[in-house]
Ligand binder design. Sequence first.
Ligand code: NI
Length: 170
Amino acid sequence: MALLEIRTYPNPVLRKKTTRVTEFNDELKALVHDMAETMYDAPGVGLAAPQVGRPIRLVIMDLSDKDEPRQLLVLANPEISEGEGTELAEEGCLSLPELTAKVTRFTHIKVKGQNIDGEPIEFEAEDWFARVVQHEVDHIDGTLFLDKISVLKRAMYKKKCKKELAEKQG
Ligand code: NI
C-alpha cells in the first residue's frame, strides 16, 4: 500500500498513448489499491492510471457521498458506446491544480469495459456520473479538460504553469 505521485500538467505521461489492460493479476490489483488510496487522499472522485505515471487503459471512480460507505468502481478498457444530451458544467482535475472551468459533456452515456477480474461489464450513466466517466476516459486517450475549455482560459493556464515551472527551476 502506498500513496502514488499524481502527475500534473505538463507532464508528458498525461499525453502518452495507453495500452489495453490484458493481465488481471495481483499486480493490477495492487495498482488499483494504491490508486484508490491516492484518490481518497487527494481527495478526488476519479483517477486514471496515466495520472500516476502508468499509461494503461485503467480508471477508477467513487461518487459516494462522504457519509456513505465507499463504492469504488474499477474500469479497465472502458469504452463509451453511446452519448445523448449535452450539458455545460464545471470540472476540476487532480492533474490540473487550481483550474476549474466549464466543459460540455453528454448527460447520458452507455459504457462498456471490464472489472478488476477481467469480467465484462456494461452500464448506463447519467449526469454527474456520466461526466466523471467521460472525464476519466478522456485521460486514457491523452485528453485533458484543459483541451476543451475556452482558448483564452487555456492560454492563461498554460502561461501560469510555465511561469511556475520556471520559478521552480530557478
Ligand atoms: Ni482528471
